[in-house]
Design a protein around this ligand. Sequence first.
Ligand code: SF4
Length: 232
Amino acid sequence: MAPPKSTSPDRDTPLQATLRFAHASGAWVVPGVAPPPERAAEPDVGAPGSRLERVRDALGECTRCRLSAGRTHLVFGVGNPDADLMFVGEAPGAEEDRRGEPFVGRAGQLLDRMLQAMGLTRRDVYIANVLKCRPPGNRDPGGDEAATCTPFLWQQIDAIRPRVICALGTHAARNLLAVEGSLASLRGRVHRCRGWAVVVTYHPAYLLRTPGDKRKTWQDLQRVMGLLATST
Ligand code: SF4
């Protein structure tokens, strides 16, 4: 079953409206992609930093999926716990696994330049991945691995409460939005997921291989900046 294409209920076809309602109510489940959990009730106690620390404590030295066996470090996330903008990638790579920090390899350097172009630094944003442990050989996340780890990502999001989430790459987008589809079909608009504004763009590692798509990425980042300038 194809997911609804439009993000605007006003422009939904009857079929899309039905799918949207079913999806929102949890009745529509895309095979292999878990629907996002209910948003945490607000207000949660404590500052964003302490809320985030509680998520990290709950994760612990996680062995909930097979990826724990091969990791050097669990890569939780980095940045400002009170950030308006959160970036979500796919999973740690070799360098991230070695250092315990997301986006520190060549892709991370490109993400730094993307931030610079937005007038931001890592201290202004929060950066995390769907998976906290490196898949062997940087293979794609398994559906069961993502299903096991994504609830902790949602807890991070609920702790930080960013105004905008930027999903980097197909796997981040699919797991956040609980839809299937190509990145090309998911970018170019603002999604609403559990109340959060989500913008999808290309993963920096992909852009290293396909620099011709940097222009489209810049369009997506401008969309993010527009949301940050207008959302309350
Ligand atoms: S990938 Fe996530 S669920 Fe799996 S062991 Fe690591 S932290 Fe736990």
